[in-house]
Write a protein that binds this ligand. Structure first.
Ligand code: DNO
Length: 393
């Protein structure tokens, strides 16, 4: 596997020099200042690539080219934005950057309710609590219709949670949920988010999936033609929030997409943490099923609490058997080598990490501090090294 590391560009407090010191060889980044739908200019791509190479690294994966909401809604501007997305992909491929991650989550990208959840060892972790989420949706956002969507026990627990929060706590919850986590390309105010959610009224899961497939029916042949591979990141969390459809949450969801658009250029970002946040997803099994389409892997782990809340655990703890998952990825690499595939090395990154040691109190992007990821990468590297040498015995 190629060890990579997410970098948010020149403003990221974790620099390319830090990435080199952590032992990664590849960088995962995007032109984060471009708005969804804007075409990335070849000169800007080449300049960013050169800056990464000057630091002794390679720009291995683009995460992400944002998908404009018009594409997800399938409205009359969709074609314009599909063309723009494809043009950006072509410009990247022409610069030699061919692995392109994206997601298809409506309105909000990855979402948590808490950014500094103390772990039992004293680090700080990201967490999602459905009761806190419902408290926000029902009693702060007051989304129209939300009251009919939650089970009575969740509504009662959410009401009690809301009542127990002071104004600061309510504001913190709101900014955690809607102000945009790093890489999400979106940051909403309360009115904007109500309006953005309302645009999806009536679309439903079938409509959203049809729009995803319509997008891929154009993207996959264009990717094949320019030598790119696109990889769809799962929903995080992998279930509906704000009453919005989410259609990339399970193995069956991926199966439907690949059945409709079988090209191997149409692939998956295997995100162990996102998929593992749902007890009915067997991540190792899903990885095995779609192995030839795994163009990129996000390795992290979560523990699901009895209430259904989940927190981001150490990379080798939590619900996903990381040794088994890495074994699937290494086996797939061997299979690709035997098949003579050019993409035989799968890029992976240690996804997120706890806030630890000196990083506590520093300005960091939630989930993307240096030390937690350094530790995660070192653990994952150890597993990969051990699995390969044991399988060579
Ligand atoms: C969270 C990430 C997401 C992911 C995008 C992919 O840390 O995994 O931001 O990058 O959703 O498009």
């Amino acid at each position: 596997m190629l060890e990579t590391w997410r970098w948010f560009g020149p403003d990221d407090p974790v620099t390319c020099s830090h990435i080199r010191q952590a032992g990664a060889d590849g960088v995962v980044t995007a032109l984060h200042d471009m708005a969804p739908g804007e075409v990335w200019h070849p000169a800007d791509i080449v300049a960013r690539k050169a800056a990464i190479e000057d630091a002794g690294l390679v720009w291995s994966v683009v995460e992400s080219i944002p998908v404009h909401p018009a594409i997800k809604l399938g409205d009359d501007r969709a074609q314009l934005y599909i063309d723009a997305w494809i043009e950006t992909m072509r410009n990247l491929a022409a610069a030699g950057i061919s692995v392109i991650c994206y997601n298809f989550m409506p309105v909000v990208d990855w979402t948590r309710t808490e950014l500094r959840h103390p772990t039992h060892r004293g680090g700080l972790a990201l967490r999602f609590d459905p009761v806190e989420f419902a408290a926000y949706d029902l009693f702060i956002l007051r989304r129209a219709g939300a009251e009919t969507e939650y089970a009575d026990d969740i509504t009662a627990a959410a009401e009690a949670r809301f009542a127990s929060m002071n104004e600061d706590g309510r504001q913190r919850l709101e900014s955690t949920i809607i102000a945009g986590l790093p890489g999400s390309d979106l940051s909403h105010g309360r009115e904007d988010i109500r309006a953005a959610i309302a645009e999806y009224d009536g679309l439903g899961a079938a409509g959203l999936r049809a729009n995803l497939i319509a997008f891929l029916e154009q993207v996959a042949p264009a990717a094949e033609a320019c030598g790119a591979r696109v990889c769809l990141h799962p929903d995080d969390p992998p279930f509906s929030i704000f009453g919005l459809p989410r259609v990339v949450s399970t193995g069956a969801d991926y199966g439907a997409v690949f059945e409709a658009v079988p090209s191997l250029a149409n692939g998956i970002t295997l995100c162990a943490g996102s998929m593992g946040s749902r007890p009915d997803n067997d991540v190792v099994d899903i990885a095995g099923t779609f192995a030839p389409r795994i163009h990129f892997a996000h390795l992290r782990n979560v523990t699901i609490e009895p209430s259904g809340a989940f927190f981001e655990d150490d990379h080798l703890e939590g619900g996903v058997d990381m040794v088994a998952l890495i074994s699937v990825l290494l086996k797939e690499e061997a299979r690709r080598r035997a098949e003579g595939r050019a993409d035989r090395v799968i890029p992976m990154r240690p996804d997120h990490g706890h806030l630890l040691l000196d990083d506590i109190g520093k300005q960091t992007n939630p989930g993307y501090s240096a030390i937690g990821r350094l530790k995660g990468l070192a653990e994952l590297r150890g597993v990969a090294r051990a699995v390969s040498s044991l399988s060579a015995m």
